[in-house]
Design a protein around this ligand. Structure first.
Ligand code: CAP
Ligand code: MG
Length: 373
């Protein structure tokens, strides 16, 4: 090409430094750090470079980005989580027993008004959940304006705390157009929101980083990965969840959906474990992240999820709580009882004999043995 220069030819090309032709064409590529603009371009620039046009090249029948490794000087420019697992456990008072946290998604996903949402939240809080979250599709719709919703739900959580003495997080979904997001996040914080949620793949990694970097945001960030299936699901083509997990950790997510060991969503349990182990591991002084298992979970499949995915985990249930025959509060209690049964190493069916809510739940949702595979 006539327009290129000696400097460009010398300094900028990426280099293949390992090619396992036998191994399905596993290739390792080194990109010179000069290629990146981490200060302003950040994660969007990184993705455009390492995960950009190659997926559309007709020469490549299939290509999958399995992992990325960053040098310290690039990682040190990213904020990382403000809280991490230990601080979140400290707030919830679970540092000692280290049981999994129980989360619930307000269901139905959309359609409830702020008052109705708060009533469901109140019941879930009295049932013993640690986290209540908006669903990924609920933001600031007219039938449930965010400002009113946050005010009502935080009031309900405070009322429940007077009865139980227990803290409960409410992850408010502030996913929005980027020029609106900070204003919406500030509104939520003004109404005492104690956690914010972002749909990272639809809003963008830099949206998460913007919230992390803002000194007025002093609450943990719950990261939902809706749309990830379009990118992560095909084992031959796309981007592995490990890449998304690393970028979310760099951008400052404190909790991240990573999949289940038993549930309704497509999964490769070994891969979910690997991603969870990374999120909880030491990584260049970047705080760790609490993985979230979610999707079709009910009390009958709590044991295989904890057994496979560990105790530093949020077990999240929407239908598995609000679908309980005697309502949300009983649904939450049944999930807590299933977690307690596991922590005490008692089979849930046996534990159900002396715990009514769990017994009713197991009549609706079948118990599943510890390991699926
Ligand atoms: C689960 C959920 C979550 C999924 C996301 C849903 O509800 O609220 O968004 O778990 O999947 O809308 O389906 P249920 P993942 O508990 O009622 O199934 O965590 O795999 O990203
Ligand atoms: Mg959802």
């Amino acid at each position: 090409m006539t327009t290129t220069t000696a400097w460009i030819r010398e300094r900028l090309p990426a280099k293949v430094f390992n090619w396992e032709s036998g191994n399905k064409g596993m290739v390792s590529i080194a990109f010179p750090s000069e290629l990146f603009d981490v200060e302003t371009g950040g994660i969007p620039n990184i993705l455009s470079i390492v995960a950009g046009n190659l997926f559309g090249l007709s020469e490549l029948k299939n290509v999958r980005l399995l992992d990325v490794e960053f040098p310290k000087e690039i990682l040190s420019t990213f904020p990382g989580p403000k809280f991490g697992v230990e601080k979140i456990r400290e707030i919830m008072g679970t540092l000692k027993d280290r049981r999994p946290h129980l989360g619930t998604i307000i269901k139905p996903k959309v359609g409830l008004n702020p008052k109705q949402t708060a009533e469901v939240a109140y019941e879930a809080a009295l049932g013993g959940v640690d986290l209540i979250k908006d669903d990924e599709t609920l933001t600031n719709q007219k039938f449930c304006p965010l400002e009113e919703r946050v005010a009502n739900v935080m009031e309900a959580i405070d009322k429940a705390k007077k009865e139980t003495g227990k803290n409960v997080f409410y992850a408010v979904n502030v996913t929005a157009n980027i020029d609106q997001m900070m204003k919406i996040a500030d509104t939520a914080i003004e109404h005492n929101a104690n956690m914010l949620m972002v749909d990272v793949l639809t809003a963008g990694f830099s949206a998460v980083q913007m919230l992390t970097k803002d000194p007025s945001i002093k609450v943990p960030l719950h990261i939902h990965r809706t749309m990830h299936g379009a990118i992560t699901r095909n084992p031959k083509h796309g981007i592995h969840m490990m890449v998304i997990a690393k970028l979310v950790r760099m951008a400052g997510g404190d909790q991240l959906h990573t999949g289940t060991a038993a549930g309704k969503m497509e999964k490769a349990v070994i891969e979910v474990k690997r991603v969870n182990d990374f999120l909880r591991s030491e990584w260049h002084n970047i705080k760790n992240v609490l993985p979230v298992a979610s999707g079709g979970i009910h009390p009958g499949i709590v044991p295989p999820n904890i057994e496979n995915l560990g105790r530093d985990l949020v077990i999240n249930a929407g239908g598995g709580i609000h679908g309980h025959p005697t309502g949300t509060r009983a649904g939450a209690k049944a999930m807590r009882q299933a977690i307690d049964a596991y922590m005490k190493r008692v089979p849930v069916q046996e534990y159900a004999e002396t715990h009514e809510e769990l017994r009713r739940a197991l009549q609706v949702w079948k118990y599943q043995y510890l390991t699926e595979e």
